[in-house]
Design a protein around this ligand. Structure first.
Ligand code: 3H9
Length: 735
């Protein structure tokens, strides 16, 4: 068991407490996650529940038991709650949310602390999130590290703070500030927390010392307990303020409902605490049971699970301990290579970009300067941080310079011969054991691996545009890729703060396969059958996508998709009609926003997509060439067909083992393709629709539209055994 504090401080009358100290010192509560130590008149309670000190049942039990015992000791004058490890607490134990809370409840813990006759001080380091901060707010005083982060991220999980947070936060910082903090879910620093009145003191240096001397001050000055619940709320919320707060967070909370429950709970803080806390509990329960919360919690755990290989024993995992990564070399100084370089420099890694063409290197340098300057302008980083990062990226035209790189990421043109040549050179230059990765989005990584003498160290690292900002990283594994290489790739993803998902080396990997063969293909089919680009985009945006497919295409460039599909077709072709509209638009130079015309028209200097009758004529012509009769199509049909086709191809991707888990697909789609997170990703969404219903509708469209709607065999199996994607995943670890 780790200890919170090793050193001691001098109290005014330490000898008074020594006899009882022997009895209490080293006391471990029934729970193995809370320890107690006596330091003179100070009772030190330490939470030790790795990895994040979640306030699980055992911590709650330990806190209640320890406090009860400490209160019986007349020598104790003050209690200090701290935590071991990297943070104070990441909040309630989310893995317990599917079961009843069990006694002692959070409320019991808070009221035990708040009503204690002993003053209770919380010392906050690292993070105090959700239930962690709620615990600290129930303490009578708080001391925080200057750079600690204090926040209420519950809304990101589709729940409202349910351990007194909506009642105590307004009493400490005011209702308006509390509303913003709870709706944003974004933590504030220790310094900000002090300025807002959330903490009493900030520790400039060592937190333990500061907390101990704060406790001494409390004892010396006989400050006594100061229950937060007895404080008044100093400001009131009116409807105008509530609406403007909701508007400020509207973008992040699009399609969500939790915010309305949060508002109701915060409004209840103006009532006596005993009434407000009951209202909060009912609203919190309601939020916890919602689909929205189930979906968001599913994505939370899925993102963490996707970076683990199913079926990997702990012995294998140990054996695959990855080497340290410091130096990254990137081959190819185009937009992708430069973006990847930024992602690496942002993670404090040393980067070397190679390109044969000096002009490409100087364009890349310009790109880096412009992009970092824009981050400075937006207040995301300071000028000195931007300078440091730019300094970290060096460039070279001599391939031999990359020989000492721990990892090489190839990002040259999507051309198999060129890439093979690069890989074969890298193979002889870079010592065995060092990873060679390709950023290809279309080509066979297996074929690239075969161009080397060490195919086990080759894999794909599929970054998304913009590579420095996008969250998702597909790790493409071939039949040759070793466990060590995969493990290194996971480490790289973690360093770069990307969400990693392993994909097989099939057509389009996971994300693009589902987008091209499912979602976007269906969107085009709907255009041929009578929908307009605007109607399709609006219907899908109203469903919850950040941007509809045609607007995305125009933003990224129609030609980009056309070229990528041409490459993919070299692996596997697809029968007509398959993106005939997008390809025709490329042919006639309607490349999207960059040419002012694509699926839409754009006025000079504007990004507003204006419907264009010329495009409708072109679609009508393409439809009639294929004998497709155009008709009125409802928004409901658009959403149903686009989502069912996405789900159907997702099931094929699982069947083909390109994705190991349905939840991995959900991670790909929520973190890389704008699928609404509060719906949990396509496969979770399919489970919520009910697989028998999903299969019946897919069969319906198969009957109407033919071959490409063929239901995935996995559906028949899951429906036949009354299973679901969630259940399928539960057994996938052993497959
Ligand atoms: C709440 O508090 C509700 C209350 O208001 C009311 C209740 C009545 N619980 O992310 P990582 C696990 S809601 C259980 O990879 P990092 C995580 O699954 C809560 N487990 O590390 C992973 O497990 P594994 C409000 C948790 O350093 C391991 O810890 N709080 C929890 O990149 C490491 O996690 C939040 O929303 C948890 N609360 O990031 C904060 N948190 O190794 C949620 C983490 O088996 N947590 N785990 O895969 C986070 O945002 C990040 O985990 C954190 C660390 C920033 C803390």
């Amino acid at each position: 068991m780790r200890k919170c504090i090793q050193n001691d401080v001098q109290y005014t009358e330490p000898e008074t407490f020594l006899s009882y100290a022997n009895e209490m010192s080293g006391y471990t509560a029934e729970s193995s996650t809370v320890t107690f130590d006596l330091l003179g008149p100070l009772g030190l309670i330490c939470i030790d529940n790795p990895p994040v000190n979640a306030i699980s049942h055992s911590v709650r039990q330990g806190l209640v038991d320890t406090i009860a015992l400490a209160e019986k000791n007349p020598s104790i004058k003050v209690l200090l709650i701290m935590s071991s490890g990297a943070m104070f607490s990441a909040g309630a134990d989310i893995s317990e949310f599917d079961h009843p809370q069990g006694e002692p409840s959070f409320q019991k813990v808070q009221s035990t602390i708040e009503s204690s006759p002993l003053p209770v001080v919380a010392a906050i380091h690292g993070l105090a999130l959700g239930g962690g901060l709620e615990l600290a707010m129930a303490c009578h005083y708080r001391v925080a590290q200057k750079n600690a982060k204090l926040g209420m991220p519950e809304i990101t999980l589709g729940i409202i703070p349910g351990a007194g947070g909506t009642q105590r936060l307004p009493r400490l910082i005011g209702a308006r500030a509390a509303l913003d903090m709870i709706l944003s879910g974004t933590p504030i620093s220790g310094l900000d927390a002090e300025a807002k009145g959330l903490v009493n003191e900030v520790a400039e240096g060592d937190l333990r010392e500061a907390a101990l001397s704060f406790c001494k001050h409390v004892v010396d000055m006989q400050l006594g307990p100061r229950p937060t619940c007895n404080r008044p709320v100093n400001d009131e919320l009116d409807e105008t303020e509530i609406n403007s707060a909701l508007l400020r967070h509207a973008r992040a909370l699009r399609g969500r409902t939790t915010q309305n429950l949060a508002v109701e709970a915060i409004k209840a803080a103006s009532l006596p605490f005993s009434q407000g806390i009951v209202i909060e509990a009912a609203l919190a329960q309601h939020s916890l049971a919602s689909r929205e919360s189930q979906a968001l919690r599913h994505v939370f755990f899925a993102e963490r699970e996707s970076a683990k290989l199913p079926g990997l024993s702990s012995a294998d995992a140990k054996q695959a301990q990855p080497p340290a990564i410091r130096r990254i070399a990137i081959i190819g100084a185009g937009t992708m290579g430069s973006g990847i370089a930024m992602a690496c420099a942002d993670a404090d890694l040393e980067v070397l970009i190679h390109d044969n063409d000096p002009a490409a290197l100087s364009r890349s340098r310009e790109f880096l300067h412009t992009t970092y300057a824009s981050s400075v302008k937006r207040g995301r980083i300071t000028e000195s941080v931007a300078d440091e990062r730019i300094q970290r990226i060096r460039s070279t035209t001599a391939l031999a310079d990359i020989a000492d790189a721990d990892l090489v990421i190839e990002a040259v043109f999507e051309d198999m011969d060129l890439k093979k040549e690069v890989f074969s050179k890298l193979d002889s230059l870079v010592p065995p054991g060092h990873l060679l990765a390709s950023n290809t989005s279309t080509l066979s990584v297996t074929e690239l691996a075969r161009a080397t003498a060490h195919p086990e160290r080759v894999l794909g690292l599929h970054f998304f545009v913009p590579a420095h900002a996008s969250k998702l990283l597909e790790i493409v594994r071939t039949g040759y890729t070793s466990l060590e290489s995969l493990s290194t790739a996971f480490r790289v993803a973690k360093l770069l703060k990307k969400v990693a998902v392993v994909s097989g080396d099939g057509f389009g990997f996971i994300g693009n396969r589902m987008m091209l063969d499912g979602y976007w293909r269906e969107a085009e089919q709907l255009l041929l059958e009578g929908a307009t680009p605007e109607q399709v985009d609006n219907a899908l945006e109203n469903f919850g996508f950040a941007m509809g497919p045609q607007r995305v295409t125009d933003m990224g460039g129609n030609d980009v998709g056309t070229k990528a599909r041409a490459q993919l077709f070299k692996r596997e072709s697809r029968p007509d009609p398959y993106f005939v509209i997008a390809d025709r638009l490329t042919e006639i130079g309607r490349l999207g926003q960059k040419t002012g015309r694509g699926f839409y028209r754009y006025e000079s200097g504007s990004r507003e997509a204006v419907p264009d009758p010329e495009v409708i004529s072109l679609i009508e012509k393409l439809a009639s060439e294929r004998g497709i009769l155009r008709r009125e199509i409802s928004d409901q049909e658009i959403v149903e067909r686009c989502m069912l086709s996405l789900i159907n191809v997702g099931a094929m991707v699982l069947e083909e083992k390109s994705a190991a888990r349905a939840a991995d697909i959900d991670v790909v789609w929520t973190s890389g393709y704008g699928f609404p997170r509060h719906l949990g990703g396509p496969m979770f969404y399919a489970d919520t629709l009910g697989l028998p219903h999903v299969l019946e509708r897919i069969r319906h469209y198969y009957g109407k539209l033919g071959h490409y709607w063929r239901p995935a065999a996995l559906f028949e199996r899951l429906v036949g055994t009354q299973s679901s994607f969630e259940k399928w995943d539960e057994t996938s670890a052993s497959r």
